[in-house]
Write a protein that binds this ligand. Structure first.
Ligand code: TZP
Length: 236
């Protein structure tokens, strides 16, 4: 297995530069803390989040575009990336940095044809095979999960577990973000398993103070990555 530094160096140079975030915040306005979605995201950005996926699947195109434009304004102010779930048209119209595709979305190759080379394509995956397939199809990064039980999405089926994450990361040549029940308690575990970053909804958005939660999670991810790299250097 490649160590984490060698694995990262094996990523295409463009991907290493473009996927420059470690905490990927996914929106769900049903779960946003009392203050509402935009203020909660704004606090998360103030706490250090540098990538947001707008994922409000029940909104029609017009409403989603309106929200995407507001998110674009907020994320740009904080130097953060914005990806729109599933909707390439809304991503383009809002000036987002890219799109996030799921199993029922158009394939990554088609999204790339529409978006061009300069925008990001993230893809949700649930197995090592899917991860290999989306990598071959030109995805810039993958989200893998659910790793743990997640009360927010029991519909995603049983957790895949940390061993599945470890196996998927070991052969991936694009950054992998662990998703599903990921939060302060298990950041060290998913980073030690090889994840390049983490993705989450509730650990930040449903927190009483999304700014503090984001800032603590950001620090923990950075610490976990440094520790993991040091551990690997000592062993080699
Ligand atoms: N896909 C797999 S699990 C999940 C999605 C969108 C939800 C994760 O939510 P949380 O609150 O971070 O566990």
């Amino acid at each position: 297995m490649l160590d984490v530094t060698a694995r990262r160096e094996s990523f295409p140079v463009g991907i290493r530069a473009a996927v420059d975030f470690r905490v990927y915040l996914i929106t769900d306005r049903e779960l946003a803390s009392g203050c509402g979605l935009l203020p909660a995201v704004e606090r998360a950005l103030a706490g250090g989040v540098r990538a947001v996926q707008l994922r409000e699947k029940d909104l029609g195109g017009r409403e989603l575009l309106e929200l995407a434009r507001k998110m674009r304004e907020l994320t740009a102010r904080h130097g953060a990336k914005l990806l729109v779930n599933d909707r390439v048209d809304v991503a383009l119209a809002s000036g987002a940095d890219g799109v996030h595709l799921g199993e029922s979305s158009i394939p990554p190759e088609e999204a790339r044809r529409l978006l061009g080379p300069g925008r990001l394509i993230g893809v949700s995956t649930h197995s090592g095979e899917q991860l290999a397939a989306v990598q071959a199809a030109g995805a810039d990064f993958a989200v893998f999960g659910p790793v743990y039980y997640t009360p927010s999405k029991a519909a995603y089926g049983p957790p895949l577990g940390v061993d599945a994450l470890r196996r998927a990361c070991a052969s991936a040549r694009i950054p992998v973000f662990a998703l599903g029940g990921v939060g302060p308690r298990n950041i060290n575990e998913v980073i030690a398993a090889g994840a390049d970053g983490i993705a989450m909804i509730s650990a930040i958005l449903a927190a009483e103070d999304p700014q503090r939660a984001a800032s603590e999670i950001n620090d923990s991810v950075n610490d976990a990555i440094s520790k993991h790299r040091e551990g690997q250097e000592e062993r080699s």
